[in-house]
Design a protein around this ligand. Structure first.
Ligand code: AMP
Ligand code: GLY
Length: 424
């Protein structure tokens, strides 16, 4: 089969690597791709939001299946454009990707269908939001309704901070139209777990669990980022938690979307918080997590093309997902200064050390190749260094060892990825 992947991050590299393992994959393209994806796929210089161009490319190259990795094109309706052209594509249509694209929509869906989540109110008027805050309990959480690169969530400890947050989101429009509407929700405490799943509109199959580290600095300090590292499985995702989520969250979400006339096909990412009152949904995403994909996919045993096709064809009930009985840890190597200001364009060395080592992976996020065969830094998150081990501790040790193999100017990482493992 000829496959086209849409996206350019560590997640898409992990997807490309996994697709390349399949005997069914004859030729892989990636638009726009990056310096590492180029090892498995021919990178095509078309942006992820250029739907018409992408669809024309897919037709010209007789692509059998397109896999969309990123949220922006999904929320923007890339799947609808491809389907209209008669092209096979893995991912939710626009009317289902709204599960990620609008937090107000997803909160209302959860309320309507009794899916556990934090208590909340939606606001389109800044005045009403400010009025509500006067009597609200602190801390409180403000969320921009739309996509904001995972940064549109403000946790406010005092009324003053919360009022300033309303101004930032709704009046100063720091995240543009994403802040036209906001969700104000109850602050919850507990451990966070990411659970990815495949969905075919009716059936849902849960992948193994993972935990992200969203803050930039050690000890969960600093700004929120796209994710600085992950481990899988989460030792806190117990059988009891799994049973609860199967009963109250996963299938209920799929059924709710179907009942709303928005059948969801693709990946649903459940961002869960394990609170004292049981697991609750923090957020939904309509795609693989990044860097979650970098620890989950290396542990997956299935041929991923079979799973993608089953989702597209509505035959996921015939597939059982299987994961290796081991663990994986991913440490993100970033450019110092991420997620704010950072320099790029530095040469990266040390990739050779990964050659021939099945347990080690170096997924590229922000890299590019120059004309002379060198690989240069080209973004905030540069690489995801992943290692597998028999258990989480071994995987963590190996992942941190492997981070030392890579060198580039302004290399930055967190040193406490997977610290929670010691508390399990
Ligand atoms: P989200 O993009 O909705 O997952 O939010 C980003 C991060 O903000 C989450 O991973 C949590 O760490 C935090 N967060 C979001 N909502 C809440 C909440 N209701 N209570 C506490 N923390 C939250
Ligand atoms: N790692 C979190 C996300 O992909 O949204």
């Amino acid at each position: 089969m000829k496959i086209l992947i849409v996206g350019s991050g560590g997640r898409e590299h992990a997807i490309a690597w996994k697709i390349a393992q399949s005997p069914k994959a004859e030729k892989i393209y990636c638009a726009p791709g990056n310096g590492g994806i180029a090892e498995y796929a021919e990178c095509v210089d078309i942006g992820a939001m250029e739907f018409e161009k992408l669809a024309a490319f897919a037709k010209e190259k007789e692509i059998d299946l397109t896999v969309v990795g990123m949220d922006d094109p999904l929320v923007g309706g890339i799947v609808d454009v491809f389907e209209k052209e008669g092209l096979r594509v893995f991912g939710p249509r626009k009317n289902a990707a709204i599960l990620e694209g609008s937090k107000a929509f997803s909160k209302d869906l959860m309320k309507k269908y009794g899916i556990p989540t934090a208590a909340y109110e939606n606001f389109t008027s800044p005045e009403k939001a400010l009025e509500y805050l006067e009597t609200a309990k602190m801390p409180i959480v403000l969320k921009a309704d739309g996509l904001a690169l995972g940064k549109g969530v403000l946790i406010c400890n005092t009324l003053e901070e919360a009022k300033a947050g309303v101004k930032t989101l709704m009046l100063d429009k720091q995240f543009g139209s994403a802040g036209d509407e906001i969700v104000i929700e109850e602050f919850m405490t507990g451990r966070e777990v990411s659970v990815l799943s495949f969905v075919d509109g009716d059936t849902i199959r849960i992948m193994t669990s993972a935990q992200d580290h969203k803050r930039a600095k050690d000890g969960d300090q600093g700004l929120n980022t796209g994710g600085m590292g992950t481990f899988s499985p989460s030792p806190f995702y117990t059988k009891e938690v799994d049973d609860f989520c199967k009963e109250h969250i996963y299938q209920k979400t799929v059924d709710a979307m179907k009942a709303e006339g928005r059948p969801f096909k693709g990946v649903i990412f459940f961002g869960l918080m394990l609170t004292a009152d049981g697991p609750k949904v923090l957020e939904y995403n309509a795609r693989f997590g990044d860097p979650e994909a970098q620890v989950v996919l290396p542990r997956m045993k299935n041929d991923i093309i079979d799973v993608f096709e089953a989702c597209v064809d509505g035959t996921l009930d015939q597939i059982q997902l299987e994961f290796e009985d081991n663990a994986a840890v991913c440490v993100v190597l970033a450019s110092d200064g991420y997620p704010e200001h950072y320099e790029k364009g530095f040469e990266i060395t040390g990739f050779d050390a990964f050659a021939g080592k099945d347990d080690y992976f170096v997924f590229h996020a922000g890299t590019k190749r120059d004309g002379q065969g060198r690989i240069l830094t080209n973004g905030g998150r540069v690489l995801g260094v992943t290692a597998k081990g028999k258990d989480l501790k071994e995987a963590r040790k190996k992942a941190y060892e492997a981070t030392e193999w890579i060198s580039f100017a302004n290399k930055y990482m967190r040193h406490d990825i997977g610290k929670a493992i010691d508390e399990a």
